[in-house]
Design a protein around this ligand. Structure first.
Ligand SMILES: NC(=O)c1ccc[n+]([C@@H]2O[C@H](COP(=O)([O-])OP(=O)(O)OC[C@H]3O[C@@H](n4cnc5c(N)ncnc54)[C@H](OP(=O)(O)O)[C@@H]3O)[C@@H](O)[C@H]2O)c1
Length: 304
């Protein structure tokens, strides 16, 4: 073997060892993540509580570690994709702390900001780094640079592993506080769940009146498309504490949501959702904000 061949082989070995990752947790998300790393040419070690879920990835070239401890020991970069942080602690707590030392744990499991801070503290106690991640796409979005994940934690750790993280999705670094990525993730989920349930409730009223979900779709889309305009108008006013009721009034909102509630009831549809909104608006009106904008609700929510 020539000197040049030896050099190339050594370089290849070095690159291969740099491009290696462990993925722990093989639900739909972890499966997609390990698959994206395999597609990108990484050496991938996987571990899952239910071992059979690794079979397809192993057939594609992943190595299945015999234990969580062996999986963590295999690579510096360890990606966790578990149901929640109870699962994270159930996997990490029994490990020999010596195995965790020097590891970069990228925790893409969802939970609260405080639990992310707790995980970072516990791992720091074992000499391991922790990056919190909040993935904003379903498994089908993994492997696409247009998708995005919030990250927070030590910036040097993020920079060191950024290229590897970007194999999964685009990376949106939010700051040093380990809770930040989950905070950004949870406020997105707040918006997502309430919007989606609003859509499903409206569809139930539509269907109860013979309008199919598909017939409703174009009208739904135009209402949904109007929301960014409202948000762009409201955001600077909320920041400035300006809740003038010059374009909308909470009292109008209360009357309107009561009409929705009565329409739901008359349609034989569960009206608990509009009733909850009506109750929220009514509290604002009773507190003297009837002539103020709906944005007065932000302060009302915060005072709860
Ligand atoms: N799916 C999505 O669309 C989506 C989108 C954005 C973010 N996320 C977040 O990404 C994370 C993973 O999502 P997913 O859909 O893959 O979740 P999932 O179906 O709940 O699976 C997660 C994994 O957690 C493991 N697990 C749960 N409890 C455990 C325990 N006590 N000990 C060891 N392993 C345990 C499961 O192992 P077993 O196979 O043995 O049960 C499974 O491999 C979640 O935090 C989720 O909120 C998901």
């Amino acid at each position: 073997m020539s000197v040049e061949q030896k050099r190339q082989e050594q370089q290849g070995r070095q690159e291969r060892s740099e491009r290696s990752v462990t993925v722990i947790g093989l639900g739909p998300m972890g499966q997609a993540m390990a698959g994206a790393y395999l597609d990108a040419g990484y050496a991938v070690t996987v571990w899952n509580r239910t071992a059979e879920r690794a079979a397809e990835l192993v057939a594609r070239g992943a190595r299945s570690a015999p234990s969580a401890e062996a999986a963590v020991a295999a690579n510096e970069l360890v990606v966790l994709s578990l149901t929640d942080y109870d699962a994270v602690f159930a996997v990490l707590d029994p490990l020999d702390p010596a195995v965790l030392k020097g590891r970069a744990v990228v925790n893409l499991s969802s939970d609260t900001p405080e639990r992310a801070r707790e995980a970072a503290r516990r791992l720091a106690g074992h000499g391991a780094g922790h990056l919190t991640g909040g993935v904003q796409v379903p498994p089908s979005g993994i492997g696409s640079p247009e998708s995005s994940t919030f990250y927070s934690g030590p910036v040097d750790l993020f920079q060191r592993h950024r290229a590897a993280l970007e194999v999964l999705t685009g990376a949106d670094y939010r700051g040093d506080d380990p809770g930040l990525a989950q905070l950004y993730y949870q406020i997105q989920m707040d918006l997502f769940w309430t919007s989606l349930v609003g859509y499903l409730h409206a569809t139930a009223i539509a269907e109860a009146n013979g309008i199919s979900a598909e017939d409703f779709l174009p009208y739904l889309s135009s209402t949904a498309a109007s929301l960014p305009g409202f948000q762009a108008f409201y955001a600077p006013r909320i920041t400035a504490g300006d809740h003038r009721g010059d374009v909308d009034r909470l009292a109008m909102g209360l009357a309107s949501i009561e009409h929705v509630r009565h329409t739901a009831e008359a349609s034989g549809v569960d009206s608990a959702l509009p009733a909850l909104l009506a109750e929220t608006f009514r509290r604002g009106v009773e507190a003297g904000n009837g002539a103020a904008s709906l944005t007065a609700l932000v302060a009302q929510f915060r005072a709860a």
